[in-house]
Design a protein around this ligand. Sequence first.
Ligand SMILES: [Zn+2]
Length: 124
Amino acid sequence: MRNLRHRGSFAEQCLRSRIHSLGFRFRKDYRPVTELRCAADLVFRRQLVCVFFDGCFWHGCPRHFRVPRSNSAWWLEKIEDNRARDKRQTRQLRTRGWTVVRVWEHEPIERAAGRIVKALGTTS
Ligand SMILES: [Zn+2]
């Protein structure tokens, strides 16, 4: 788990520098909408695009999330809550005119970068 999170943040760094090298500027770990208590990992204020990096474990990836053997009921509830929160936040941002890109930890960096650039291109 600790390992996965670490790898996640490394992939996140690679993706960030990739986007940066393409000339896009963004804020890190920033609240796109002040009244929503939700910080996105990358926020492009001009284009109204925000990006979330979702770890496969904590965000309950359909491909990789496995319920831990001990305290499984507790974990299941915890991860379900996280998934519900992710959905809610995405919806709240979209209704306010934001384009939301959610990137799974397992997603290849080039593919994720492509999706982000596409979102930026269609809104500018
Ligand atoms: Zn995954």
